[in-house]
Every structure is written in C-alpha cells, then in structure tokens.
Design a binder for this molecule. Sequence first.
Ligand SMILES: Nc1ncnc2c1ncn2[C@@H]1O[C@H](COP(=O)(O)OP(=O)(O)OP(=O)(O)O)[C@@H](O)[C@H]1O
Ligand SMILES: [Mg+2]
Length: 366
Amino acid sequence: MALTIGIVGLPNVGKSTLFNALTRATVLAANYPFATIEPNVGVVPLPDERLGRLAELFHSEREVPATVSFVDIAGIVRGASEGEGLGNQFLANIREADAICMVTRAFEDPDVVHVDGEVDPASDIETIVTELVLADIQTLEKAVPRLEKEVRGRKTDPVVLETAKAALAILGEGTMLSAAVASGAAEKMGVDEGTLRSFQLMTTKPVIYVFNMDDAGLADEARQAELRAMAAPAEAIFLDAQFEAELVELDPEEAAEMLHENGQEESGLDKLARVGFDTLGLQTYLTAGPKEARAWTIRKGATAPQAAGVIHTDFERGFIKAEIVSFDDLMEYGSVAEARAAGRVRMEGKDYIMADGDVVEFRFNV
Ligand SMILES: Nc1ncnc2c1ncn2[C@@H]1O[C@H](COP(=O)(O)OP(=O)(O)OP(=O)(O)O)[C@@H](O)[C@H]1O
Ligand SMILES: [Mg+2]
C-alpha cells in the first residue's frame, strides 16, 4: 500500500535535514523490502518491537517491518497559490501526497536565516495554511459554476453543490477543511464527508505538525503545550532535526544511550513514523514462520480477505478462512499449539474485521 506523507514548510526550516535523517534511517534498515525508490522518497521502517519477539518464537531468519513513505517537497513561500516561488509544482506535489507533515521552525540559531526575519511558529503555520486554503478556494470556485449547471440539469446530486459551497465558506474563514471535519463544524454547515473527500482538495488531507526545536525547546514543556495547542486537533511532534540526523549515524546501542542521556525514550523519527502511519489510517497485522516475521500494512477496518490480498491478490480471491491468534495471547501461551489448546486460536471468515496485532495464517484456494 503505497501511501505517502509530503513534508512541507517554509524554506530553511529543516525539512531536508529531517528528510535526510529519514532516508538515512531507510538505508540502515536491515531488511529493506523495496529495491528502488525515487530520490525524493524516503521509505522508513515502522518501529515494532513485536517483530523481534515473534522472530525469536518462530526462529525466523529475518524481520520485515511495515514502512512509511515520506516525500521531500520544496519550501513554500507566501504567494505560492498564485505561482510565487515554485508555486504550482509545489502544489502539485502536495496534491499527490496522502497526508501532510508540516515542518515548522522552533529552534533559535542566529546563523540560520529565517525567510521572515524572526522565528515565529504561529505566523509560519498561518502562511502555509493560507496558501493551502487559497489553492482549495481556487479549485472550488472553478467547480461551483459547473456544479450549479449540472444540478439544474439534474446530472449531479444537489448535496455535491451544497458541500462545495459549505467548504468554500469554511475556507473563507481561513480554516483547513480537515480541522473543520475533526471539530464537527463541517457537518453542521452541510458538508457531506464522502463528497468532500471526492473533491481531492489539499486541506482535507490529514496533517501532522513537526516542530523543529533545539535542546532548550525540547526541555521546555510549557512551550510545547503552546505549540501543541496551535496544532490541535492535529498531532504535534517535537524533535531536533539536526540531532536526529546525528542519531541515525550511530549504531542502535549508542543511539539508545544518546537518547537516554537527552531524557528521551524514543527517537523523533520513530515517533514520526508511528504517528504518520496512524494518521494515514493504517494498521498492521503479523505473520511469522522460519523464513520471516513480518508486519503487513492494511487500512483500519480492513476485512480478512482484504488483508490476505496485501500478501497476494490470489489470496484475496481464493480466501477460505484465517487462523488468528492475538499477539498478546501468543506471548502469554508461548506457542501457537499451546494457544490453540487453550482455545485462543480463532477461525475467522470473510467478514472478520482485522485487529491490530493479529497474528495470522490464511487458508486459501488458488
Ligand atoms: N534543530 C535545528 N537546530 C539548529 N539548526 C538546524 C536545526 N534543523 C536544521 N537546522 C539547520 O537549518 C538550516 C536549514 O535546514 P534545511 O536545509 O534542512 O532546510 P529546508 O527546510 O530543507 O530548506 P529549503 O526549503 O531551502 O530546502 C541548515 O543549516 C540546518 O543545518
Ligand atoms: Mg530543503
């Protein structure tokens, strides 16, 4: 499932530093499942400690984690929606991404120039949000006259026009549609969510805010609470992109020690991969055998046959049933045989909705 997160932000805020750290993490990942990638795409392993424990239990030769893909997009400047800077190219790149990772500078360093002359995350976020909002307004203003005609000719459901007009009103307030949907305001204004999604706008994409900080900022909880409030209802992640870039150069033990010394439990990149995966609406299920212990990516709410289809399309077509034990039960009983004896291994059919951490063996007919 090739879903990508586009990294956007003002120029010189640390996007490439973050992206390079992400790419470096990719190169270092032991069992990298893709042979070739585009130069501006970083495919990052999703940290999952369950894989190591599964590999131990099944004596698997290797572990294959799920991955999250990030795309480096050029810096946005005020006026991008009018074609300023890399304008249209930039917007086209965002349009292709499934979610947006908005990088904002929150580090002080007089040697690094800020395009607007001072470090001010609220103003930076507003600049970027404004450009995305303006781009969506342009798209909808073009669409509305056409939709009006179609509704008059009874070729289009009136709810489509109503949704477009309500979306324009929301955008007119400077609000991103994703935020209006999350707060419930969109629905109250007559937006039909499914229709809205079909418009393929920029500000309906889920957003993650990354605040690129220095040591002082990472230790300042009051400051983080303030920034978190700016990002809400979206998730906020606080990291030091330069430190993350240094961290990925170390071997895992050294990196863990360095993190610990800094008072952090998890690297910013791992956090970003986790939150990114979740923001994309994805989850994993697990398979294990002597060859590999592996995490497979599915959408939240996927059925058992859809999950089987991620391994091979024939598995979906020929799906009979799935033998499933939860990871926690498997660990508690110590083997599939013991879990089965205790009645913890379930046979699930075509309508089963997969749960995160299901350890699965599919039965199929090909
Ligand atoms: N947390 C940080 N603390 C201090 N300096 C940083 C931090 N993160 C990045 N920098 C520095 O900021 C400068 C700009 O970083 P970078 O090139 O990654 O920005 P960018 O957003 O990719 O810019 P552009 O849009 O121009 O491509 C670099 O000199 C980098 O080393
Ligand atoms: Mg850059």
